[in-house]
Design a protein. Structure first.
Length: 366
């Protein structure tokens, strides 16, 4: 079997879709399956090795409060030559940005599968167009995978095979046995944020909650991993309120993130909206850490009915977020209990298990 992954997003920057594709590729190759990846070009010097085909162009745009892509292929003859040469058994699209993905789908002679990762709740125009988009997929798309239940609601008009298969986590990377950054281990508890500094990820809400926490318990510090356009606004609030013990750590690699998870005592993900799935929560849980967040739809569906649900605050409610963090700050036994619970819960999402489910999905389509 030969699989072609089609990413609608450039590989120029890190991202959840890129990571998903690379992890699946790794699992497939363990099983002797040949894999190539087709991605749009963001920079003329991009080169990701022989298994990644960089094609067309991608223009960076902002949509729904986050960084997005507008990809397209001007040289369709090059695309046709690639498809003829590679002869994929399956083309597996990840998200479906136009015109790039349509250009490939319309020329495909393979079995065509789509995994939809995006939460479009914060994108009213796109949400309005989804029914028309899904109807148009009926002509050539053979199956659709959603990474969360909320996503499958967008595809009620799609007539092919449908299934919810969540994102996975790499348990070799994220686990309690990783090293810690010893320079941040002291008599204060480490609260951790990892993510882009933008409205959708909610860092400013966390800093405001931290302001409340510090007034009640000074035995904490906040480690902040990432970069983004909201940094100035966050720094202005910190200065205005004379907040201490906040460390900005910049962008880091995946393995460095794993070390920061192990350095943390509590992980907080204050995304108020726009999350289709709680992958970052699972990575922290796989590291044995208790997690707190806002009950955006993706996080809520991940933790609904579990012990973890009680640590989800109403989105944008800074007071409630602070209370839930304080509950863990002030109770070491509870921190240990929730860390142990999360560690077991996360094992259901290993990439090995997710890859098996996706491969079975391919096989079930005639």
């Amino acid at each position: 079997m030969k699989i072609g992954f089609v990413s609608s997003h450039s590989f120029f920057n890190p991202g959840g879709v890129k990571n998903h594709i690379l992890e699946l590729k790794n699992e497939y190759e363990k099983r002797g399956i040949e894999v190539k990846i087709i991605v749009p070009r963001r920079n003329e010097n991009e080169n990701y090795g022989k298994d990644v085909i960089v094609l067309g162009e991608s223009i960076p745009i902002r949509i729904g409060g986050t960084q997005g892509d507008l990809p397209y292929i001007s040289n369709t003859k090059e695309l046709e030559d690639i498809l003829e040469r590679e002869k994929f058994d399956v083309l597996h699209f990840h998200n479906f940005l136009i015109p790039f993905a349509y250009q490939i789908l319309n020329r495909s002679r393979s079995k065509n599968i789509l995994t939809f990762h995006a939460n479009v709740e914060a994108m009213p125009l796109i949400k309005l167009l989804i029914p028309f988009f899904t109807k148009s997929l009926n002509k050539k798309m053979d199956g659709v995978i959603g990474v969360a239940p909320m996503i499958m609601e967008y595809f009620k008009y799609f007539k092919g095979k449908k299934e919810i298969i969540p994102n996975g986590i790499n348990l070799n990377v994220f686990n309690p046995n990783n090293e810690k950054y010893k320079e941040y281990i002291d008599n204060k508890l480490n609260l951790l944020f990892v993510g882009r500094f933008e409205q959708r990820k909610g860092l400013l809400y966390l800093i405001k909650a931290y302001n409340i926490i510090k007034k009640k318990n000074d035995n904490v510090k906040l480690l902040v991993v990432g970069e983004g356009p909201q940094k100035q606004e966050c720094e202005a609030f910190i200065k205005q309120n004379n907040l201490k013990d906040i460390v900005f750590l910049g962008k880091v690699t995946g393995e460095e993130v794993a070390k920061y998870f192990n350095t943390a005592d509590i992980y907080i993900s204050p995304a108020p909206f726009g999350e289709s799935f709680g992958i970052v929560l699972l990575e922290a849980m796989a590291s044995g850490k208790p997690v707190v967040g806002f009950a955006n739809l993706g996080y809520y569906q991940l933790l609904k009915g579990s012990k973890g649900e009680k640590f989800l605050a109403k989105p944008r409610n800074v007071e409630e977020l602070a209370q839930k963090i304080l509950k863990l700050v002030e109770d070491e036994k509870l921190r240990t209990e929730m860390g142990d619970w999360g560690l077991e819960y996360s094992k259901n999402y290993s990439w090995e298990k997710i890859a098996d489910r996706v491969l079975n999905f391919y096989k079930d389509i005639n």
